[in-house]
Design a protein around this ligand. Structure first.
Ligand code: SF4
Ligand code: FES
Length: 237
């Protein structure tokens, strides 16, 4: 028996066990997200995918769909909450969008455009963060990391290497590399690892190439993220 719930007034079919996010994606409906990637167990940490289900605020990537559930996604209230969350992500790190190699192909930037976010209204933290260039083929710019844990999950669950962890608490939460030196160059990380492909922002970047596609002609320069989806699905473009 096909079950249904309602998303912004539209009837959406779902299979038993599917989350709101999965059923929406199958139906071609975009719910903004950053830490969700269908290839990995949902983590529910960024909260950008928050919707209202039967009046309750929930993360759509971790909440199972149920029969007759009434879900709100694209309301002004929810978009406003998302804009605030996104603003916090921008001020917590050091994001230099105009000069970033990922500009135009960055999910954080694209989701911000989708929600109509303009310049952050919060005070910038300007945290002291480093760049790790120790690996021959891949660089990590910690300034741009949004702690989505996708590289952690990809390295652990798909590459079987467990190269990354998230350490610390609150404002001191940060990504770390699991080597004695803390340097990527002292691990067996490879540019072809899944963990090298999943970063939704410009924090994990391949070396020896850059600006292959000019800014202005990139994935989200051409179409909004609500139409083209996640950057990880377009790695070869
Ligand atoms: Fe997410 Fe990228 Fe940071 Fe890893 S480096 S936690 S994939 S933003
Ligand atoms: Fe659901 Fe991040 S995408 S909490």
């Amino acid at each position: 028996m096909i079950r249904h719930f309602t998303l912004d007034g539209k009837k959406i079919p779902f299979r038993e066990g599917q989350t709101i996010m999965e059923a929406a994606q199958d139906a071609g409906i975009y719910i903004p997200h950053l830490c969700y990637n269908p290839e990995f167990v949902p983590h529910g940490s960024c909260r950008v995918c928050t919707v209202k289900a039967n009046g309750r605020i929930v993360a759509s990537c971790t909440t199972p769909a149920t029969e007759e559930m009434q879900v709100e996604n694209e309301t002004e209230e929810l978009q406003g909450n998302r804009r605030e969350l996104l603003q916090m992500l921008f001020v917590e790190g050091n994001h230099v969008c105009p000069g970033c190699e990922k500009s135009g192909a960055c999910q954080l930037q694209a989701v911000a455009y989708y929600t109509g976010m303009l310049a952050p209204e919060f005070t910038y933290f300007y945290p002291m963060r480093t760049v790790d260039s120790s690996h021959p083929d891949v660089a990590i710019d910690y300034n741009r990391c949004i702690l989505c844990e996708l590289c952690v999950r990809a390295s652990r669950d798909e590459d079987g290497k467990n190269i990354f962890s998230i350490d610390g608490r609150g404002i001191n939460t940060h990504l770390t590399v699991n080597s004695a030196s803390g340097k990527l160059g002292d691990t067996d990380f490879d540019v072809h690892d899944k963990a090298a492909q999943v970063c939704p922002v410009g924090a994990i970047l391949p070396k020896h190439e850059g600006y292959n596609i000019p800014i202005g002609q990139r994935l989200y320069d051409r179409k909004p993220i609500s139409v083209v989806g996640d950057v990880a699905d377009h790695q070869e473009e």
